[in-house]
Design a protein around this ligand. Structure first.
Ligand SMILES: Cc1cc2nc3c(=O)[nH]c(=O)nc-3n(C[C@H](O)[C@H](O)[C@H](O)COP(=O)(O)OP(=O)(O)OC[C@H]3O[C@@H](n4cnc5c(N)ncnc54)[C@H](O)[C@@H]3O)c2cc1C
Length: 493
């Protein structure tokens, strides 16, 4: 027994010695492995062309110039300690639309909107200005729920377009909105077949749409690149920064306190939510998050809402002859049908704004706004391939911005938190100009406690899938994009 105990003891002792050594060796190997892997992942995500983080404000954004942002009054930041009824974070369309709908519902409440830079500084002041009907995720919903419910959901998204029209009519917002509808263009016969499927789906939903082939397209667009085009007479084009600036004025006029140059540093949820800013603090029993692609920076929707980037160029104004040479009399926004598609539209002063070609993700959810040369180069080339008639036209402006995506490719609008007092709208997946207006209405309806078609909309409180940890996301993102491109699937719009 003793022996055996000794043996056992020896065995145990030996085992312990062996375990300690192997544990140390394991830790050392693991550490080297992790360091190596993270260096490798870092290198994979390190893009020398990525525009620097800190030249966001001075970026060469054509829309900022049309909205005369340089000469606009930017409101003073929040300083000191305050209490409000509702605080809204973010001065993009989500925050501004929530402010607009909330102040109409609660005219006596003290509503404060906090924006880090100036209203329209994020995606809302930088986008292509396509005012789309429908929304990402609607195709999947229609497949599951059937064309009738799909049509009902589509009709609810038209509300966002109506809000823009109301802002123009009732408040004189000057944002160059043109109700032109949109064109989806095909560059190959295979893509043209895809458009036929879209047409069938739209027809099953009772929507107006028509497909044009070859020369039939010429009144709409003259390009050797397009073989077919699907015309959708819903929505239109807008000057996005003018819309955001106009909305700021409207909500201020209605009584919302808008604080700009107010970077929010920390949010502490609770019954009375505490929001700490760079120079002050404010508490409120209700909070609205309108941060979209920036949400992760304040630890909201981290690893769920992912910032993807889109880059845009604006040409110099075209001459009357140049416009004549490319047709485009009806001035619709055009998106092609490739996976990494381009979108382009005319501007009020006769330029072409074109974006897309690639939608880069930068490692660790980095945001990026400036002149990203690889994509700007592709866009310029794409413009002249689409319209060889315009070769030699100068590119006057180039910029970009970050927008919120998720791996479900569908937005979520809802309320959350232990006290159910944090409201949000995120992940419009590149289609937020009109839908963020609807999101603001949904947020207000939820806060009022209403139950209606908007609060039952299929994206309300939709769970956003986990997208994996941010430190390694660059790998699945690159793989995913490669897979999509190699299978020829369309990512958005
Ligand atoms: C280049 C580009 C092209 C696009 N084209 C189209 C298009 O043609 N049609 C379409 O429908 N959609 C398009 N989109 C998407 C669309 O612009 C967005 O879905 C929409 O603008 C989102 O609005 P938002 O208010 O939710 O977010 P944002 O407009 O991004 O607003 C978030 C705001 O929060 C502020 N903020 C962030 N962090 C803080 C903080 N800590 N403290 C205070 N404030 C903070 C930011 O400054 C920003 O103003 C495009 C996006 C980009 C980038």
């Amino acid at each position: 027994m003793n022996n055996s105990k000794e043996l056992d003891g020896k065995k145990v002792g030996k085992k312990r010695k062996f375990n300690r050594r192997s544990l140390l060796a394991g830790i050392a190997i693991g550490a080297v492995g992790v360091a190596g892997a993270s260096r490798w992942i870092d290198r994979l995500g390190d893009d020398p062309n990525r525009p620097p983080d800190l030249y966001e404000y001075a970026l060469d954004n054509y829309w900022f110039k049309t909205a005369n942002l340089a000469d606009q009054k930017i409101n003073d930041p929040l300083k000191g300690s305050h209490q409000a009824d509702i605080v809204i974070l973010g001065g993009g369309y989500t925050g501004l639309s929530a402010a607009y709908h909330l102040i109409k519902r609660f005219p006596k409440k003290h509503i404060v909107l906090l924006e880090g830079a100036c209203c329209g500084y994020g995606a809302s002041g930088r986008n292509g200005g396509f005012v789309d009907a429908g929304i990402s995720g609607l195709d999947g919903y229609t497949e599951e729920a059937g064309p009738e419910k799909g049509r009902h959901a589509f009709d609810l998204t038209l509300y966002g377009i109506q809000v823009i029209k109301d802002l123009i009519k009732d408040y004189g917002v000057d944002c160059d909105f043109e109700e032109t509808g949109h064109i989806h263009a095909a560059m190959t016969e295979e893509e043209a077949e895809g458009l036929e499927h879209h047409l069938e789906r739209y027809q099953a939903m009772g929507l107006e749409a028509n497909l044009l082939h070859g020369r039939e397209m010429e009144s709409d667009i003259k390009s050797p690149r397009y073989v077919a085009a699907l015309n959708l007479p819903y929505g239109g084009i807008v000057d996005p920064a003018k819309l955001a600036c106009g909305m700021k004025k409207v909500v201020e006029g209605l009584g919302v306190e808008v604080r700009e140059k107010t970077v929010v540093m920390k949010v502490t949820p609770g019954k009375n939510i505490r929001i700490e800013t760079e120079m002050g603090e404010i508490s409120a029993p209700n909070l609205v998050l309108g941060l979209n692609g920036y949400s992760h920076k304040l630890n909201f929707f981290r690893n769920r809402v992912i910032p993807l980037n889109s880059y845009v160029i604006a040409t110099e104004p075209l001459s009357a002859d140049q416009w004549q040479s490319i047709g485009w009399q009806n001035r619709q926004g055009i998106a092609d049908s490739r996976v990494l598609f381009d979108y382009m539209r005319p501007t009020a002063d006769g330029r072409i704004v074109i974006g897309g070609s690639d939608y880069p993700y930068f490692a660790n959810d980095k945001l990026s706004a400036g002149n990203y040369k690889p994509v700007i180069g592709k866009l310029t080339q794409s413009l002249f391939t689409t319209f060889p008639q315009l070769t030699g036209l100068k590119i006057d402006h180039a910029w970009g911005g970050s927008m919120g995506f998720n791996i479900d490719f569908a937005p979520s609008v809802g309320r959350m938190g232990d006290y159910g007092n944090i409201y949000y709208g995120v992940a419009y997946c590149g289609e937020g100009v009109a839908f963020a207006q609807t999101a603001g209405r949904i947020i207000a309806d939820l806060m009022v406690g209403e139950s209606n078609d908007f609060t039952r909309f299929f994206t309300v409180n939709r769970k956003i899938s986990y997208a994996g940890p941010d430190w390694m996301r660059i790998i699945p993102m690159k793989l995913y994009k490669w897979l999509l491109v190699s299978q020829g699937k369309k990512t958005t719009r």
